[in-house]
Design a protein around this ligand. Sequence first.
Ligand SMILES: Nc1ncnc2c1ncn2[C@@H]1O[C@H](COP(=O)(O)OP(=O)(O)OP(=O)(O)O)[C@@H](O)[C@H]1O
Length: 308
Amino acid sequence: MLQLHHIHKTYRQHTVCHNINLTVQQGELLAILGKSGSGKSTLLNVIAGLVSADSGDVFINQIRHTHTPPERREIAMMFQDFALLPHLNVWQNVAFGLKMRGVPAQQARTLAENRLAEVGLHNHAERTINQLSGGEQQRVALARALVVEPKVLLLDEPFSSLDTHLRQQLQQQIRQLVKQRHIPAVLVSHDPAEACLMADQIALLHSGSLIQHGTPQALCAQPINAAAARLLGCLNVRDTHYVPPTAIHLGQGEPCTLIQSARQPHGWLLVLQHPIWGEISTLSDQAPPNQHIAVQIDETQIVHFQAA
Ligand SMILES: Nc1ncnc2c1ncn2[C@@H]1O[C@H](COP(=O)(O)OP(=O)(O)OP(=O)(O)O)[C@@H](O)[C@H]1O
């Protein structure tokens, strides 16, 4: 289990982590969502020991690691840019961390090959890194992260350079491995869809503060304020309220002007001008009419944000 207690960090007078408290259980993946500069990487680096917090504590499996050097925290990190060593082949890259820990060469090779098999790369062990695609390189990075049997897995936007298909494959694979290995994992992301797909819980960071924390379903149903709703990628967000697309029904109620329609994989995304609620977006399984459409909003599903 990973626990953060009252983590606080400032750079000069600028607070980048403001009294952060979080717990990630074994086999659970926590996604940290926030805008650029909100403090996501700083928090990850505090967990890894690469940055010292001004105050607060990091616990791994109930043991305080606040002042443990990074190499003794038993944490594995995966980054956006893979950080593989080009002069070593695939299995040597995976075995590198074991070699540094003094594991005998043959044993390190066997363990590396087992991890490569786990990520579907057992036939690529002898290749050089530049003979691999981006997705394969990222799976080598995953095998390398897991081979040292880490107590915590940290993922700093590891999918941003992959195409949609590879990204989905690796997202699923990481989720499965975190469950199988029963380790806590923390994923830093800008992408609400990725966070909702992968995470058991999401923490929303805004200017260094944790503004909301919970399951993806709970957060999307009741975002605490407009900033939280926007971070979650919700449509129909105003500073005072949020209308979930599911609260909007087509075919009766107020006539609305159709501003825009776009075909999506799961139907039509419509943007409408409603006489009371202003611009709203909804999904429809039917092709929209030309200019006007009747819309009813189910007011019971409107979430009103707390006053700031
Ligand atoms: N070593 C440093 N010295 C001074 N300021 C820093 C340092 N590292 C980060 N910062 C500042 O702290 C703030 C948070 O940075 P951080 O990298 O944690 O944000 P982030 O949410 O990960 O951003 P991004 O999504 O762009 O990677 C930023 O304003 C950044 O400029």
